[in-house]
Ligand binder design. Structure first.
Ligand code: NAI
Ligand code: MG
Length: 355
C-alpha cells in the first residue's frame, strides 16, 4: 500500500471551508481503497500568516513544500490586504517557484446541472482549457516610477519566450491528441499584439506539424468569447496565454453552471517539483464563514490530484460520487439549491461509501 504525502494550504476566506471538505472526501476514498493512504499536512500560509509575520509564507516556504507528492490549495485574498500582495506572496510564488507552467482547467456540465445557455446539453460542452502559467502577461516584469507625480509611469511587460511557448504548445497538442476528438483551438491576439502573439502563432504552427492527427484552428480571443457562447460544441481542447485563459476559464465555468464547480491543476509536467491543485475560484469574501460555499470545485480538483498521482480509479470514483449528488439535487445556492457545504460533503462521502 502506498502513502501519498499531501500538503494542504487552505489559505483565506472560503479556502479552509472547501479544502476541509475536500480532505474529508479524500480520506473517505483512501479508507475505501486498498491501494493507497494519504498523509495530509496542513500549512497555515496566507493572510493570517501575513498579519502575524508580514509575509504570506516563511522565506523557506518552498523548501518545506518541495518534498510533498502534491499540494492541495484553497484560495488567497483578504479585504484588508492588497490582492497583488496576497497573490504574488503565495499562489504565484508557488506556481513560479515550482515551475508549474501548465495550468489545466477542465469544464463540463455535471450530471443534473444546467448551463445558463439555452439549448446547451452536456454533450455540447466538454472542454479543457490549457493556460500558460509561467510567463506572458503575468510574468511579473515591469515597474513603477515617479510615484504620486503627474508623470508617474507603470509598465506591465508581457514576456513570451520560445522555450516557454514551445513547451505549453507541446503540452496542449499532446493533451488534445489524448482526447477522443483530437481537436485544439489556439487562442491568440496577433492582430493587435504583433510581437509576442505572432511568435505564439508561429510556434503553434511549428508544433502542429509534430501532431498531424490533431485538427487545430486559431481564434482571436475576443471572437473566442462569442464562439464559446454560440457554438460550444465546436470546441474541445483550448490553449491560451496566462491572461487570456484566466478570463476564458471563468467564462467557461459560468457556462457550465457555476464558478464554484471548476477545478485547476498547476502542473510541473516533468515532475521535478510538486504540482498544485486548486479550485479556480477565489476566497469569496461575500460568502465566507457562512458554510454555504460550493465544495464541488475542491472535489473535482481532488480528482485531478488523484489522476496526477496515478490513482485514476479513485479519481473516477470521486467524480461518479460528485455527479450522483449533483444529479440528486443536493446543491449549494450558487447552483440554485439550498444545501450547505457540509450537507454536500456528507452526501458525497455517503455516495463513495455506497459505491
Ligand atoms: P471569487 O471567485 O472569490 O468570487 C466571485 C463570486 O463567485 C463571488 O460572488 C463568490 O461568492 C462566488 N463564488 C466563488 N467561489 C464560490 C463557491 N465555491 N461557492 C459559491 N460561490 C462561489 O472572486 P473575487 O470576488 O473576484 O475575488 C475575491 C478574492 O479572491 C480576491 O482577493 C482575489 O484576488 C482572490 N482570488 C484568488 C484566487 C486564487 O487564490 N487562486 C483566484 C481568484 C481570486
Ligand atoms: Mg482567475
Amino acid at each position: 500500500m502506498k502513502t501519498y504525502v499531501i500538503a494542504a494550504i487552505p489559505g483565506d476566506g472560503i479556502g479552509p471551508e472547501v479544502i476541509g471538505a475536500g480532505v474529508a472526501v479524500l480520506q473517505s476514498l483512501a479508507r475505501h481503497s486498498n491501494r493507497f493512504s494519504l498523509a495530509v499536512t496542513d500549512f497555515d500560509y496566507g493572510s493570517d500568516h501575513y498579519r502575524r509575520h508580514g509575509v504570506m509564507m516563511p522565506a523557506d516556504g518552498l523548501d518545506r513544500l518541495r518534498g510533498f507528492d502534491a499540494l492541495y490549495f484553497g484560495a488567497v485574498g483578504a479585504p484588508d490586504i492588497p490582492d497583488d500582495v496576497t497573490l504574488w506572496g503565495l499562489r504565484l510564488a508557488i506556481c513560479q517557484g515550482f515551475d508549474q507552467y501548465a495550468n489545466v482547467r477542465p469544464t463540463r456540465i455535471l450530471a443534473g446541472l444546467r448551463s445558463p445557455l439555452r439549448d446547451c446539453s452536456p454533450d455540447d460542452l466538454d472542454w479543457v482549457i490549457v493556460r500558460e502559467n509561467s510567463e506572458g502577461e503575468y510574468a511579473g516584469q515591469g515597474g513603477r516610477s515617479h510615484r504620486g507625480h503627474p508623470e508617474e509611469i507603470a509598465t506591465e511587460v508581457a514576456i513570451f519566450t520560445r522555450a516557454g511557448v514551445a513547451r505549453i504548445m507541446r503540452f496542449a497538442f499532446a493533451l488534445a491528441q489524448s482526447r477522443p476528438r483530437k481537436r485544439l483551438t489556439v487562442v491568440t491576439k496577433s492582430n493587435a499584439q504583433r510581437h509576442g502573439m505572432v511568435l505564439w502563432d508561429e510556434i503553434a504552427a511549428e508544433t502542429a506539424t509534430q501532431f498531424p492527427d490533431v485538427a487545430w484552428d486559431k481564434m482571436l480571443v475576443d471572437a473566442m468569447t462569442v464562439r464559446m457562447v454560440h457554438d460550444p460544441a465546436s470546441l474541445d481542447t483550448v490553449v491560451a496565454t496566462n491572461l487570456h485563459a484566466d478570463i476564458l476559464s471563468d467564462l467557461a465555468a459560468a457556462l457550465a453552471g457555476s464558478i464554484g464547480i471548476a477545478p485547476t491543476a498547476n502542473l510541473n509536467p516533468e515532475r521535478r517539483f510538486p504540482s498544485m491543485f486548486e479550485p479556480i475560484h477565489g476566497s469569496a469574501f461575500d460568502i465566507m464563514g457562512k458554510g454555504i460555499a460550493n465544495p464541488v470545485g475542491a472535489f473535482w480538483t481532488a480528482a485531478q490530484m488523484l489522476d496526477h498521482l496515478g490513482e485514476t480509479e479513485a479519481a473516477a470514483r470521486l467524480m461518479a460520487a460528485v455527479e450522483l449528488v449533483t444529479a440528486s439535487g443536493i446543491r449549494t445556492r450558487d447552483l440554485g439549491g439550498e444545501a450547505t457545504t457540509k450537507q454536500v460533503t456528507e452526501a458525497v462521502i455517503g455516495a463513495i461509501e455506497q459505491g
